[in-house]
Design a protein around this ligand. Structure first.
Ligand code: NDP
Length: 610
């Protein structure tokens, strides 16, 4: 392949492609897919579509409403909540309640059990607390069920089932100033109290459906991938979907989930229609079992070192060695374009962007060439090629997906010129003038994004003086480091909020959980009445975000629509910490050393203030 590796001050060799032609093609392909209704094209899996979000895995157990009080309530039993719970237990917090809408721990991995489910970040970096729990993943990229069981293992190891409540959704958090605690209402009639509340309710949790006209008319079977109906399909997450043997199935969506589920459906269904709007980039996966010799050679502290190495490479930091060496670390420079991080300041920004774009073209040419290598039918291969920059969508990896389109029982239906599936009837799905009769429609159409219930308003929060949090945040979130806000004492947020992100999201959650647990533990130790930043500290953090902001609006505007760019409508804003996660974690560690007391308000001071 042509070497397009950028070097300062060098002239690029012959590229073997025409950047202007590619840029033009990308624009054309983006314009085919831009919809005027943007993000409003989707429907919530609620109300008449509520059955798409029902829990198919665990029976709801009836119980009496709770009226007790705890020191810490953790809302969310995914890895964010589990890591917070684990660290709080380590810090000696006994009075702790975990709560989740699901029937067990696991979060994402509780809900998503579709066939073929795997994590696309390597297990040794993704699955947290491996050394603490004495577990070694069986595969380099772990299947979902192994990850779900690991979540259960963490909960058992740290005693988090004690006092936990499942199938329970918080319906209101209201601050009680006199008692200095939160009054917590739930959809199970609970009226409990908690001195501290940690909200880790996830960001990609609520299934979303395309707003396809006639969706409610379909008489066949239908479900969303995050609530897989094995009662209908038969089989397990490993496949063997024998219930589909005589069925014509349509799968809508070819994102990270579609890529993993489609090969299994193709193998077992009588016929499969894959309804694609935008093709994913599909790079080599190369999954393999864990090498026992390698596992035995690891020294204590290996996991943290590996996670930090992976994070640093993806954030564009200088590292001596690439410990992970996979598709993510191989394309690290391209990922900075969206997730930000350290940048080479020896180049001027325009030159850096030009070189990044060239490297991106070369990478995507490689991805497109792979489609031609694997897919036999030239027209199908053409339709499967992604024409956009690498990080416009979550990059995909699979050694089975493209091969699926060589099967005689699989038809790829390109919906791009119609803005997606155009309709549904009693009998099937419609694209343009063509109706495809099917027995079952499976929606691999993703999730409502970027919002915890606190930000979306589905979890109403009333702080000091009864002030609604969304009113206080009317012009955008106001926090210190994304964790806490003035007027909302003892309330902590996990997730992407005025902080820094990365593709290994569990690592991000781990750092956040450790930070929050350290602050809560210190508050308990010192007897602080409130954990609460000053308005000045919040303003200073907002200034830091603005001053360090790297604007990637131009990149996002050129991207094909998707949830990364608000379906083509979002411009970048200083809502996260542009220097990236490594710098952010360093900043937090420094802050913990010298500034913890800044957010701890002692009882005496509280009395004076209040
Ligand atoms: P995505 O939002 O990534 O994909 C949704 C798919 O549905 C897209 O292909 C989209 O097309 C398509 N779609 C939506 N509406 C229509 C329509 N009207 N007609 C036709 N097609 C339509 O959801 P996923 O569940 O695939 O992934 C969500 C996220 O979950 C990922 O980005 C990733 O962060 C995470 N994930 C992670 C995994 C991991 O291994 N760590 C595995 C799976 C998911 P279009 O692109 O044109 O909008």
């Amino acid at each position: 392949m042509t070497d397009t590796t950028p070097r300062t001050g060098t002239t690029l060799p012959d590229l073997g492609f025409d950047p202007d032609a590619l840029r033009e093609r990308y624009r054309r392909e983006r314009d085919r897919r831009i919809r005027t209704d943007g993000a409003t094209q989707y429907r919530r899996a609620a109300g008449e579509f509520g059955y798409y979000a029902k829990d198919p895995y665990t029976e709801r157990v009836e119980r009496d409403p709770l009226t007790d009080g705890v020191e810490v309530l953790v809302v969310g039993g995914g890895f964010g909540g589990l890591l917070t719970g684990a660290r709080l237990r380590e810090a000696g917090v006994e009075s702790l309640r975990m709560m989740d809408e699901a029937g067990d721990f696991g979060g994402t991995w509780y809900w998503n059990r579709y066939p073929g489910i795997h994590c696309d970040v390597e297990s040794y970096s993704y699955m947290p607390l491996l050394e603490e729990t004495g577990y070694m993943p069986k595969w380099r990229y772990a299947p979902g069920e192994e990850i779900r069981q690991h979540a259960v293992r963490i909960a058992e190891h740290y005693g988090l089932y004690r006092d936990a409540v499942f199938h329970t959704r918080v319906t209101e958090l209201r601050w009680d100033e006199d008692a200095a605690e939160w009054h917590v209402r739930t959809d199970r009639g609970d009226e409990m109290r908690a001195r501290h509340v940690v909200v880790s309710s996830g960001t990609l949790t609520q299934p979303k459906l395309p707003g396809i006209p006639g969706i409610e008319d379909f008489r066949g079977h239908t479900f969303h991938t995050s609530r897989w109906d094995y009662g209908y399909t038969g089989g397990t997450a490993d496949g063997g979907l024998t219930g589909l043997a005589d069925k014509r199935v349509a799968v809508v969506g070819t994102g990270a989930t579609g890529l993993q589920a489609i090969p299994h459906v193709a193998r077992d269904a009588r016929h499969l229609y894959v309804l694609q709007r935008t093709p994913s980039s599909v790079d080599v996966r190369d999954n393999r079992p864990t090498d026992p010799e390698w596992a035995a050679s690891l020294r204590p502290g290996w996991q943290r070192e590996r996670m930090e190495n992976f994070l640093a490479i993806l954030a564009g930091e200088d590292v001596e060695e690439d410990l992970v060496q996979d598709g993510w670390t191989g394309t690290a420079r391209l990922q900075r374009a969206i997730i930000t991080g350290a940048v080479d300041t020896t180049l001027d920004p325009a030159e850096r962007e030009r070189l990044d774009e060239l490297a991106d073209f070369a990478k995507m040419n490689e991805i497109r060439a792979r489609v031609d290598d694997v897919v036999h039918d030239p027209a199908t291969a053409e339709a499967l090629k992604p024409w956009y920059r690498y990080m416009c969508k979550r990059p995909g990896f699979s050694d089975h997906y493209l091969q699926t389109f060589n099967r005689p029982n699989v038809t790829l239906v390109d919906t791009a010129d119609h803005g997606g599936v155009t309709g549904m009837t009693e009998n099937g799905v419609v694209v343009g003038e063509t109706e495809y009769e099917v027995d079952c429609v499976i929606f691999a159409t993703g999730f409502e994004t970027g919002v915890s219930g606190v930000v979306s308003g589905t979890l109403p929060v009333h702080g000091r003086g009864g002030t609604p949090l969304l009113e206080a945040w009317g012009r955008g979130p106001r926090t210190l480091h994304g964790f806490y806000s003035h007027g909302f004492p003892n309330l902590f947020h996990l997730g992407p909020l005025q902080n820094a992100n990365s593709v290994n999201f569990v690592h991000i959650l781990q750092e956040q959980a450790e930070h929050i647990a350290a602050v809560v533990a210190e508050a308990s130790k010192t007897g602080a009445r409130y954990v609460e930043p000053t308005p000045e500290a919040e303003a200073a953090w907002a200034r830091t975000l603005a001053e360090t902001f790297v604007d990637n609006s131009a990149f996002l505007a050129e991207c094909t629509p998707g949830y990364y760019n608000g379906e083509g409508t979002r411009r970048a804003a200083p809502t996260s910490y542009s220097p990236g996660p490594v710098a952010f974690h360093r900043l937090l560690a420094e802050w913990r050393k010298g500034h913890m007391s800044d957010v701890l308000v002692a009882p005496a001071a509280a009395r004076t203030e209040g």
